[in-house]
Design a protein around this ligand. Structure first.
Ligand SMILES: Cc1cc2nc3c(=O)[nH]c(=O)nc-3n(C[C@H](O)[C@H](O)[C@H](O)COP(=O)(O)OP(=O)(O)OC[C@H]3O[C@@H](n4cnc5c(N)ncnc54)[C@H](O)[C@@H]3O)c2cc1C
Length: 512
């Protein structure tokens, strides 16, 4: 007898991972299918801002309230993925102060603690911001590491019996008598489930369309740049109607500036990269937030696509609600066995998963209740190990929290990536827990090659070690990594970044 799951979830971004965790905690037999590695879509290509909701307070009260509720929950259950930086919304002379007064009132209505502070005080808190500011508001924004957050959900789901099938695309939905009863993979396997959940981000529309279900989605591209230093310790926002390049987020040792919002064709979503024009725009606007960005090296640029659901797919995507969309296709389209969960944000994914899993449970006749808001994720249970640990362990503690106990530093304490202090022990852990195949996969789970040198100095050493665990030679691993990294470096190739690319070229002897 072929196994039938209670639930198959399509898509290994934060929405799919959070739904898998919720289903597993409620005792449902669950499988997640991802065509690439987890975080291959928008979940690995965003700002890493744990919204307080302030950004949406004026335009989307419901979204703002969801954000502040989830912000508080994630600080508790995902403490190892969240850095409680707080945020400043600053007003420049060209912005005026009209927006600020309404902004503070709307934040408070949504339950967000927004405090107006004197510009001089704001400059004392965050000396890097533009000294010309005429106003500032402090809000409980935070930085969140999306890779760590998704990993933690996947680990918890697996530890509660869920299964994951990566590097396998869903080619089509399988229907019998009008009901969706499973999926057919790109490898030709048919996998059956009582309910199939579409959590495939912007690709949800295409998968649904193949089963005769129409979901109007608008791909909204956002480009971001990474500066090679942490220029501020708080999230810095512009206090004005949301626009281009008005958020700077500190992330580990770097700073991420973004974003833009442009409608792009569906067929562009598989090959997302930032363009030189987008980088120019981001730099121009970013320097207004923090003037020292003009002298700070950009190490790469990237872009992602927001999965927005729209009734009318016109406009640039900024005027469309970023709200959560849960679709019961039995009720909406007369197609039982199929549910869609999309829209929303990284910040609200846990809530999205709760809504989807509540619906699944109702359909399956389960009375199990949601526990995800109260159970800490792996790595965030209990107190984080102390910082008295040896140097080679400390960065891994920051990345993996209490999971550190599962790494063997006795045997694998040697540091391989010196920007991010990644050791062999951490590589072994990532290979064992996340099915890593190459350095790009490893990067998502350890930050290898994400630091200032972008792998120039360490990647050969890393490749030699990784080759011991995977089916690829060190040369093949280096080549794959460089091809992938090159995409993000191309639009920012000048000055030191160009010199570094020349250096990589000489060291590797690869065509770039
Ligand atoms: C530029 C930008 C900045 C953002 N900044 C923030 C922020 O700072 N804070 C915040 O809270 N939110 C932010 N967001 C929003 C947030 O990133 C997204 O809402 C969220 O990541 C969406 O997650 P998802 O899992 O629904 O989709 P995705 O992460 O896109 O996941 C969908 C997955 O489905 C997989 N898939 C597709 N087709 C198939 C198939 N046929 N078979 C199997 N798998 C398939 C894809 O490979 C992908 O991994 C930002 C978004 C963008 C684009």
């Amino acid at each position: 007898m072929q196994k039938e799951y209670d639930v198959i979830i399509i898509g290994g971004g934060i929405t799919g991972a959070a739904t898998l965790r919720d289903c597993a905690l409620r005792g449902l037999s669950s499988l997640l299918i991802e065509r690439g590695d987890i975080c291959d879509g928008a979940s690995g290509r965003n700002h890493g801002l744990l919204h307080s909701g302030a950004r949406y307070a004026v335009t989307d009260r419901e979204g703002a309230e969801e954000c502040i509720r989830e912000n508080r929950i994630l600080r508790r259950i995902a403490s190892n993925c969240v850095e409680p930086t707080d945020g400043l919304f600053i007003s420049l002379p060209e912005d005026g102060l009209d927006y600020q007064a309404n902004f503070i009132a709307k934040c408070r209505e949504a339950g967000i603690d927004a405090q107006a502070i004197d510009p001089a005080e704001a400059l004392r808190m965050e000396p890097a911001i533009n000294p010309a500011i005429i106003g500032a508001v402090k809000v409980p924004d935070a930085a969140v590491d999306p890779f760590r957050l998704v990993d933690a959900h996947i680990l918890d789901a697996q530890r509660h019996g869920a299964e994951i099938l990566k590097f396998t695309a869903v080619a089509s939905l399988v229907k019998e008598d009008g009901r969706v009863v499973g999926v057919k993979t790109s490898k030709g396997d048919v996998l059956r489930a009582k309910e199939v959940v579409l959590a495939a981000g912007i690709w949800t529309a295409d998968i649904a369309a193949a089963a005769g279900v129409r979901i109007g989605m608008m791909p909204s591209k956002g480009a971001l740049v990474i500066y090679g230093h942490r220029v501020a310790n708080m999230v810095i926002n512009r206090c004005r109607k949301p626009a281009n390049a008005d958020i700077l987020v500190p992330g580990d040792v770097v700073s991420v500036l973004g974003t833009t919002s442009d409608k792009v064709p569906m067929d562009a979503c598989d090959d997302m990269h930032a363009t030189p024009a987008e980088v120019d725009l981001l730099m121009r606007e970013g320097e207004k937030l923090v003037p020292s960005l003009a002298r700070t090296r950009i190490i790469r640029a990237y872009a992602g696509v927001r999965p927005l659901v729209v009734a009318d797919p016109a406009g640039d995507g900024r005027n469309v609600s970023r709200g959560i969309v849960l679709l019961d296709h039995e009720e909406r389209d007369g197609v039982p066995g199929l549910i869609t969960i999309t829209g929303g944000k990284l910040t609200t994914a846990r809530l999205m998963a709760e809504m989807a899993t509540d619906l699944i449970c109702r359909k399956l006749g389960s009375t199990a209740v949601c526990e995800t808001a109260n159970r800490p994720l792996p790595g965030s249970e209990g107190r984080k190990p102390g910082f008295k640990d040896p140097f080679n362990k400390r960065a891994a503690i920051g990345r993996h929290g209490t999971e550190i106990g599962k790494m063997d530093f006795e045997k694998g304490g040697e540091i391989l990536c010196e920007c991010e202090n990644v050791t062999r022990a951490e590589i072994e852990y990532a290979v064992k827990n996340f099915g890593v195949r190459n350095i790009s996969d490893l990067r998502r789970h350890t930050r290898i090659g994400m630091g200032t040198c972008q792998g120039s100095f360490c990647i050969r050493k890393v490749a030699r070690v990784l080759a011991e665990y995977v089916e690829a030679s060190a040369d093949e691993l280096v080549y794959e990594y460089r091809q992938e990294r090159w995409k993000g470096m191309t639009p920012v190739l000048w000055g030191d970044t160009l010199r570094e690319a020349e250096y990589m070229h000489k060291v590797d002897g690869n065509e770039i």
